[in-house]
Design a protein around this ligand. Structure first.
Ligand code: WQD
Length: 337
């Protein structure tokens, strides 16, 4: 079985490639290296002792993409990670995000149509729910007006896929709505590689603990939560990667109930920022310097997944908890020294 992974050298993409190779799939990676490094390919090979095909292609390059699909017209599935994902940057550069996240999705789907390919897994996000009215969040929760162009590209992406699936019954797709992916492979051969100042909580914590950052700024402690800091569902990136294989096999084995399905991928447990700091200090045995500052524009109070549908329909459940995830993130950080 041959699987294309777009964005396969990225954070979640690389961990998913490892799981695919370890299940003896043939993997072909497309990545433009705009937010990843070729060293990730070495990490994948070091873990799996396999060398997946890698093509440095920008999905915006229609001609190169068509040439790729001419050669690889026999794909059994596509997992589509390639996209820009920085919420703050998307506010400053919306056109870049709509071009890179939407146009490329349409080009990939057009190539699938030309080659009559099916089995498409889309990397989506819980950000499509905005601040959900009810917690935990089920897949039936209403999709709300996105707080950022990044979030909007995920909503639009899901709509494009759903509408294409509606009039193309031979096409099968699943959107996976990730909560907060964190951590790193236990080998410390691959992990999160934020470029510049980390926007996300966990890499900022580990870089602070490693002395690369002076202190963590906690964005607000006046939220209506038990300790006043915002709550998220932090899921280990390896658990998330494994869910992609389960979703792909659901389509390959025609176990899907409809030709377009959506699943929330989280642990089902919420942790506040202060609880994450406490857990990190426990696993790292290090005091974390932090200060409370104002809320970050666009942040929501709380989000954590209702995992019932993923557990029962998809047959997947997160196995690792917050301390496992933070420990792996810390071990990965120490490897970067
Ligand atoms: C988590 C919590 C912050 C940094 C976003 C996207 C989501 C996905 C993950 C791409 C929040 C707080 C953070 C810091 C802090 N992105 N925080 N100090 O915003 O929940 O989700 O990233 O796939 O789609 O929406 O993640 O890690 O940025 O923030 O206090 O220096 O940590 O306020 O409460 P977020 P995050």
């Amino acid at each position: 079985m041959k699987i294309l992974v777009t964005g396969g050298l990225g954070f979640i993409g690389s961990h998913t490639v490892v799981e695919l190779l370890q299940k003896d799939y043939e993997v072909v990676i497309i990545d433009n290296l705009s937010n990843s490094s070729i060293s990730v390919l070495e990490g994948i090979t070091s873990i799996t002792q396999k060398s997946p095909q890698f093509h440095k292609i920008d999905l915006k390059d229609k001609l190169r993409l068509s040439e790729f699909f001419e050669e690889h017209h026999d794909l059994d599935g596509i997992i589509h990670f390639a996209a820009s994902k920085a919420v703050g940057e998307s506010v400053e550069k919306p056109l870049l995000y709509y071009e890179n996240n939407i146009n490329t999705l349409v080009l990939v789907l057009q190539e699938m149509r030309r080659k009559e390919l099916s089995n498409f897994i889309f990397s989506s996000s819980c950000t499509v729910y905005g601040q959900a009215d009810e917690l935990p969040i089920t897949e039936e929760a209403p999709v709300k007006k996105a707080e950022s162009p990044y979030g909007n590209t995920k909503q639009i992406g899901e709509e494009i896929i759903q509408e294409y699936a509606k009039t193309n019954p031979q096409f099968n797709a699943i959107s996976l709505r990730y909560f907060n992916p964190i951590g790193a492979h236990k080998s410390t051969e691959i992990g999160e590689l934020p470029i510049g100042v980390p926007q996300n909580l966990i890499p900022f914590i580990t870089q602070t603990a490693a002395g690369k950052r002076k202190e963590l700024s906690v964005f607000g402690n006046d939220y209506p939560t038990p300790d006043g800091t915002a709550v998220r569902d932090y899921i280990h990136v390896v658990d998330l990667a494994k869910a992609h294989i389960v979703a792909l096999e659901r389509l390959i084995n025609a176990k899907n109930k409809k030709n377009y399905e959506v699943f929330n991928l989280g642990t089902g447990k919420g942790n506040s920022v202060l609880e994450v700091i406490q857990a990190f200090e426990k696993v790292s045995q290090q005091k974390l310097p932090y200060k409370i500052v104002d809320r970050r524009e666009g942040d929501i109070t709380a989000a954590y997944a209702d995992t019932t549908k993923a557990n029962t329909d998809l047959g997947w459940k997160a196995e690792l908890g917050i301390e496992d995830s933070l420990k792996s993130a810390w071990e990965w950080q120490l490897k970067q020294e």
